[in-house]
Structures are given as structure tokens and as C-alpha cells.
Design a protein around this ligand. Structure first.
Ligand code: KG4
Ligand code: ZN
Length: 554
């Protein structure tokens, strides 16, 4: 699937953070018009300044290059204008728009890595999921997750480099982006240590990445295949499908948030969950209903709810259509009510937070509804202290009576959950529009975004607001390396918070794992942005402590 990169002459023979290669760059600069052209293009496109100004900057850049040792030994962030310029040009010279950026993700239960070109083409991906490790525990077990990341990280990165045809990281990779938060700190640390190791060994900068920002920005990655030979093409504008500003809904097992996205690092939280994430609620409901939960209970629950639609509701709809043929004025909502009346003992759950006119979410009440319905209609007893339990044994699956009731509960849960999402997304779009911001699209990401019912309903909301709805492809919706590499690229392009290479002699190379501590700051609790002033959702108090300052406000 991936094109193997031809060895590009522009990425050969130049190292940016070693004294040797700096000399060779200077000595050869006259013989390398292509590099000069790249520099000029970068100066104009990036800043639109005069040649004189650029020549002055060029002089300063030379000093910076000569002062390589200083940069290498003095790890920190590229801060001054000159440093940022240096960084930009270094990447530009190293591979131009085909510069490779390596992304590493270990914040939760996927060890993932990818190489993406600076212009946003995915070159290679590798991932090791921990689903089978955690599925019997009713959630991610941090110590097991950390161990699994440690066991997988080298192989996953290696596989990714191999697929991309990288034989010399120092020559071919321009930067390493890594998730530093939010997430489980012991898991984040594994990815960051790996990034540091690569950074120190090969002298390449580190781009610390916010996991949720990565989820949002991946909607801007092009899905077409990368072609190494497209080097001579016109420089395209970065960013694929989703253009700023947009509204993003992130829905997964761990996230449930609505965001106004005005640019890289410019996020406002419109609403977030007050308790559980929707994926968590899907998983718990699926488990209680005795459904297979390997890889998350969402798909199994969606399937069962669909079965109820097809087997129970559709025939009744057919009947109602005939009966109400003459009544053209009936709305869809009224029609559905008539259909439900035809169902014996219908199970219905209240849509959460209907009275709260915000964009916050809550799924704890729905989980309670599910538990009570299982106890009432199926006679099972739910022990809340055992989150991993399956209340209904799977062997009973084919008992028809049970199956229909289980399907009814699954359907009732999904209907209320999806309506809840619809309510909040509609309001978020209204809020943003009333701010005078015209979103170009609605981005929906996270594992739950693959749910067909949710897609259909959100597409309708997009149509109501005359905007597109963008669903990144499923493997980029769940945790992955591409989103991290791409968020790194978006940050590199703006030279936002890029860290200088880790000193080679640092503890990144300590023999003992304990000594090899992180230099890049981990941010296990890290809000993506400030809360919108209309949002009144409180986050559980224990979660507020040790919170890093929101991204964009540092
Ligand atoms: O993004 P993801 O892979 O991992 C994190 O939680 O970070 O999302 C996994 C979640 C699980 O809770 C899974 O049940 C849910 O996404 N999910 C779905 C569907 N596919 C996955 N939920 C509802 N419907 C689906 N089709
Ligand atoms: Zn995630």
C-alpha cells in the first residue's frame, strides 16, 4: 500500500545538528542551487518579506548553524524568531515538503507510530493494540499497559521505519513528534523516552503533542497515497479536508468533548462530559448485556440495536405507513411515536441533560437506566462493584425472548445516547455561529465515530447547518501514530513549542531504565483549551489537581 521512497538527493549528505555536516553545507552551498531555491521559497512563502530582510536573517541563520554545539548541548524550546527560522529552514533543507516526521503515541492502550511527510502524506504506519490484554479487566490497567508499551515500542517504531524505507534516521527523519499528554503518565513516559532516545541519537528535534489536538487535526490529513516522486510538484497548501475554523466532536472510550477549533493551538471547549465518555457507556452496556466486548463493546451493541430496528421496528413502520398514508402532515417524530405504540412493553430511556441548555454531556444516568432495565426485564442482578462482569451469560444468547429484550435495551440505550449527541452538537454549532464564526465543517473523531447511526444523524445536522461533516477514516479516528505525526507537523510549520534535540550525553542514554528519565515535560492532565463562558460543566474535583495550563495559554 505504501510507496517506497526513492532516495531523494535533497535528503542526502546533510545533517543539521552535527558540526561536520554544517561545514559540508557551507562548503557546498554554491553547488546546491536547489537548497538555495528552497530557502528563498521558504522565506517568501512563510513571511512575505523583502530580500534585504531575508538576507539579514540568513546571516543570523549562519551564526546559528555555526553555533551548532550550543544548540545541541543546550536543550530547550526553539524560542526566538531566529531559532524558529533556523528550525524551519533546517526541515525545509532536509527534505522539503517530503521531509519525514515520525509520530509516536503511547498515551493509553495503543502503541502506535507513523511517518508522515511535511506536506501531509502518510508514508507508513504501525500499531500494536492492547485490547486482548485489558478486555477481561473492564478497563485499561495502567501497569499492564505500561509493560505492554515497553514490550512493543521498539518493534513498532522499527516496523514503521522499515515500511517507509528509512535506513538512516539521522539523514531521513526531520523531527519526532510524541504525545506528552493527556493520558496515563506511566504510558506517556514510554513514548517520550523513545522519542528522546531517537532525538539524542540522531540530533533531531522533538515536537511535544497534545493527544486531543492530534485527534482534531488528523481531519486535515490527505487520505491519498504518498508518492515519493511528486517532489517537483507545486508546493500545496498544508491541510487536507478540514479547513479552519471548524467544530470538532471527539467521542471515544476516554474522550467526550465538543470544541471550537480556530487554528493550531486555538481551541475553546464548548462542552465535555460531566462523568463518563460515550464509548465507556457503550462498553459497559454491551458487557452487561453479555455481548462480545473484544475491541470495545460499541460495534456489538450497535449491531444488536440494528437488529431490533430491522426485526421489531421496521415491520411495524411498514404497517404504520399504510395506516397513516392519508395523513401527509405527520412529522417523523410523531410517526416514530405511533410506531413505538405498536411495540409491546417498549423500553425507552430519558435523553440526558435535556433541561441543561449547554453543550455538556452525561452518560452516567443512562448506564443506571440500563442496569435497572436489565434487572427489571431480565431478572439479572448487577453488582456495580464488578465493572468487568457480564451480567447475562452469552450462552443464553439464542433464547428468543431474552434476545429481543436485550436488543430492546441496546436500542433504547443507543437512541437516547445518539439523541444526546445530536442535541449537544446542534447547540454547539448554534453557539459558534452566534459568535460570528462560520465553521467550515463539523469534524467527528474517536472510536465511536464509526457508529453508522451516529454518522447518519450527524450528517443530517451538518446538512441543517449547510456544512460538511468530516469523519477521518476509522483507523485515524481511534488512537494512531498518524495523528501525532501530523499534529507535530502543524506545530513545526508554525514553530510552536518545538524542543531542541536532547543532548546526546543525557540520561536518555542511561543504561538503567530508571535513570533514563524524561526531559520533555509530561502533562497527564492537560486541558486542550479554555472553557467557553457558556459552558458550566464542572470536572470531578480530583481531576483538577495537577492540571497543566491549557494548551495555547502557555
Ligand atoms: O478511540 P478509541 O479506539 O479508544 C479510546 O477510547 O481512546 O475508541 C474506542 C471506543 C470504545 O469504547 C468502543 O466501544 C467505541 O469506541 N466504539 C464504538 C463503535 N466502534 C467503537 N461505539 C459505538 N459504536 C461503534 N460502532
Ligand atoms: Zn484518543
Amino acid at each position: 500500500m505504501y510507496a517506497s521512497p526513492s532516495s531523494s538527493s535533497s535528503s542526502k549528505s546533510i545533517r543539521f545538528f552535527g558540526g561536520e555536516s554544517v561545514r559540508s553545507l557551507k562548503a557546498n552551498s554554491k553547488r546546491l542551487p536547489r537548497y538555495a531555491a528552497a530557502l528563498t521559497a521558504a522565506r517568501f512563502s512563510a513571511r512575505g518579506t523583502t530580500i534585504e530582510e531575508d538576507e539579514e536573517k540568513e546571516e543570523q541563520m549562519k551564526d546559528l548553524r555555526i553555533d551548532q554545539k550550543g544548540i545541541v548541548s543546550d536543550a530547550g524550546v526553539y524560542e526566538t524568531k531566529e531559532e524558529k527560522m533556523f528550525l524551519k529552514n533546517a526541515i525545509q533543507l532536509k527534505g522539503g515538503k517530503n521531509a519525514f516526521i515520525l509520530g509516536i503515541e503511547t498515551s493509553c492502550d495503543d502503541t502506535a507510530c507513523a511517518i508522515v511527510t511535511k506536506s501531509g502524506h502518510v508514508v507508513s504506519e504501525a500499531i500494536k493494540s492492547q485490547v486482548s490484554i485489558h478486555e477481561n479487566w473492564g478497563g485499561v490497567v495502567p501497569t499492564l499497559a505500561k509493560e505492554a508499551h515497553q514490550n512493543a515500542i521498539d518493534d513498532v517504531v522499527e516496523e514503521c521505519l522499515r515500511k517507509a524505507g528509512v535506513t538512516d534516521v539521522g539523514e531521513q527523519v526531520s523531527a519526532v513528534a510524541v504525545t506528552v499528554g493527556p493520558g496515563l503518565s506511566m504510558c506517556l513516559r514510554v513514548g517520550v523516552r523513545k522519542a528522546q532516545k531517537i532525538s539524542g541519537e540522531y540530533g533531531i528535534p522533538i515536537v511535544p503533542v497534545h493527544h486531543m489536538e492530534a485527534h482534531c487535526l488528523v481531519a486535515r490529513v490527505k487520505e491519498e497515497e504518498w508518492n515519493a516522486n511528486s517532489e517537483e510538484e507545486e508546493e500545496e497548501e498544508n491541510g487536507g479536508v478540514a479547513k479552519f475554523p471548524f467544530v470538532a466532536l471527539l467521542v471515544s472510550g476516554g474522550h467526550n468533548v465538543l470544541l471550537k477549533v480556530e487554528g493550531v493551538g486555538r481551541y475553546t471547549i464548548l462542552g465535555q462530559t460531566l462523568d463518563d465518555a460515550i464509548g465507556e457507556a457503550y462498553d459497559k452496556t454491551a458487557r452487561l448485556l453479555g455481548l462480545p466486548v473484544g475491541g470495545g463493546g460499541g460495534p456489538a451493541l450497535e449491531k444488536l440495536a440494528k437488529e431490533y430496528e430491522e426485526i421489531v421496528l421496521e415491520p411495524r413502520r411498514e404497517q404504520c405507513r399504510k395506516e397513516t398514508e392519508q395523513e401527509a402532515h405527520i412529522t417523523d417524530e410523531v410517526f416514530e411515536k405511533i410506531v413505538r405504540k405498536k411495540v409491546k412493553n417498549p423500553i425507552r430511556f430519558t435523553v440526558p441533560l435535556r433541561k441543561r441548555k449547554t453543550c455538556d454531556f452525561s452518560f452516567a444516568g443512562l448506564k443506571t437506566n440500563v442496569r435497572l432495565a436489565i434487572e427489571k426485564h431480565l431478572g439479572a442482578v448487577v453488582d456495580e462493584s464488578k465493572p468487568e462482569q457480564k451480567v447475562l451469560p452469552s450462552e443464553n444468547w439464542d433464547g428468543i425472548e431474552n434476545r429481543e429484550t436485550r436488543a430492546a435495551i441496546a436500542h433504547a440505550f443507543q437512541t437516547a445516547a445518539v439523541t444526546h449527541l445530536e442535541d449537544r452538537v446542534s447547540r454547539a454549532l448554534e453557539w459558534v455561529e452566534s459568535d460570528g464564526v462560520s465553521p467550515t465543517c463539523l469534524v467527528v473523531a474517536g472510536g465511536v465515530a464509526s457508529n453508522q447511526k451516529i454518522r447518519k444523524k450527524l450528517l443530517q445536522i451538518g446538512a441543517n447547518h449547510s456544512i460538511d461533516v468530516v469523519f477521518p477514516k476509522p483507523s485515524w479516528c481511534t488512537d494512531n501514530g498518524v495523528m501525532v505525526a501530523w499534529a507535530g507537523i502543524e506545530r513545526l510549520n508554525l514553530a510552536l513549542g518545538v524542543e531542541k534535540p536532547v543532548p546526546r550525553a543525557s540520561e536518555a542514554f542511561a543504561k538503567d531504565e530508571k535513570d533514563r528519565d524524561v526531559q520533555v515535560r509530561l502533562k497527564p492532565r492537560w486541558p486542550l483549551g479554555e472553557m467557553d463562558e457558556r459552558a458550566i460543566g464542572e470536572v470531578k474535583s480530583s481531576k483538577v489537581s495537577k492540571m497543566a495550563r491549557p494548551l495555547g495559554s502557555e
